[in-house]
Design a protein around this ligand. Structure first.
Ligand SMILES: NC(=O)c1ccc[n+]([C@@H]2O[C@H](COP(=O)([O-])OP(=O)(O)OC[C@H]3O[C@@H](n4cnc5c(N)ncnc54)[C@H](OP(=O)(O)O)[C@@H]3O)[C@@H](O)[C@H]2O)c1
Length: 323
């Protein structure tokens, strides 16, 4: 598997990452982690490692902490692995009822929440440090000075090596960067052939209702790696099935099938090769728990799309020709 540098850090990471949201069993808070979920997690992680993936994405909230807990089962089999892989987690989302006072789901970028969340992740992941910590979703009540203090303390105590964000706009990145002492190395955003806003905002600028503000370009300019979450849009990119049905989804899936047959590769590989072709060196975060789908996705590392193929897929996903 080819590698990229995360942001402008020396960290060499696989260009495809594994997202651990699907590990850990049930989303029910009351259900604790069971042995089957641990075995399934180890199987998925092993497959990802065998395919050359060295980057694993978590969040404190995934399955109420059970995804991180399940991941830790890998250390029992391979304790030497910790130094060889990159573990990323996220904080900042408070689930409804997670705290007595959180009567609704909300975001919290306070010093206390960020530092407490990291302590929880370290404990569940059974590790002394996170390689990367991301702020999960922008908190409108953010006080950047407080985030800076939390990041500095986590960094100086050796608990977190690098920091980044998720679902943040260029403006939100600019605000944080003005106050932070630690560089921001990643911005994790939803991006796939069926979720194209990030690419399309630069194409429709000054033509339609404008949305976005050059977030892709901002990240490229400042060496912030864009990580694409939901790169298969929960499988819809491959199956063409959405609810309600969408013509774009059907067209994307048909074209992917055609290209996969012509090149003799898996459909998943075509969907990811489309993201990998972008010069921003986007890192897709795949979320399937099925070993055969993990393998199929990693085949993308060997696929090179032409400019024409890339545009055909882009046009199928956006549902109309280029302006
Ligand atoms: N930053 C954020 O706000 C945010 C939000 C969501 C996710 N994430 C991260 O991004 C990762 C990936 O997100 P995701 O799970 O939504 O991504 P995805 O890879 O687009 O979708 C994977 C999901 O789709 C299902 N699926 C069905 N058919 C599939 C097919 N043919 N190929 C692939 N998957 C198929 C998978 O089920 P099976 O397991 O049965 O294959 C799995 O539940 C997560 O694990 C998490 O780490 C981040």
């Amino acid at each position: 598997m080819k590698t990229i540098h995360l942001g402008n850090t020396p960290l060499e990471v696989s260009r495809i990452a594994y997202g651990c949201m699907g590990l850990g069993g049930s989303w029910e808070r009351a259900e604790s982690l069971n042995e089957q979920a641990k075995r399934d997690a180890v199987k998925a992680i092993r497959t990802a490692l065998d395919e050359g993936i060295n980057f694993f994405d978590h969040a404190d909230i995934y399955r109420w902490g059970k995804s991180e807990e399940a991941f830790a089962a890998i250390w029992a089999e391979a304790p030497q692995l910790r130094e060889k892989i990159v573990v990323q987690s996220k904080c900042g989302i408070v689930m409804q009822g997670a705290r007595p006072e959180s009567t609704v789901g909300q975001f919290d970028f306070s010093y206390e929440h960020i530092t407490r969340s990291v302590e929880g992740s370290l404990k569940r992941l059974q590790t002394d440090y996170l390689d990367v910590l991301l702020l999960h979703r922008p908190d409108p009540l953010v006080e950047p000075e407080e985030v800076a203090r939390a990041f500095d303390d986590l960094h100086s105590s050796g608990k977190v090596r690098y920091f980044g964000v998720s679902n943040h706009t260029a403006g939100q990145l600019r605000l944080l960067k003005k106050h932070l002492n630690q560089p921001l190395v990643a911005n994790q955003l939803e991006l796939s052939l069926l979720h194209l806003h990030l690419f399309d905002e630069g194409v429709v600028f000054n033509q339609e209702a404008m949305h976005g503000e050059g977030t892709l370009e901002y990240c490229r300019q400042h060496h912030i790696t864009i990580q694409a979450w939901a790169p298969f849009k929960k499988g819809a990119v491959i199956t063409g099935v959405t609810e309600p049905p969408s013509l774009a989804a059907r067209d994307v899936a048909c074209l992917i099938t055609e290209l996969a047959q012509a090149k003799g590769v898996n459909k998943e590989a075509i969907a990811l090769a489309w993201l990998l072709k972008h010069p921003a060196q986007i890192q897709p975060i795949i979320g399937t728990t099925k070993p055969e789908r993990i393998k199929a996705a990693c085949e993308a590392d060997q696929v090179e799309l032409t400019r024409d193929e890339w545009y055909r897929l882009f046009i199928a996903g956006r549902g109309e020709r280029m302006p």
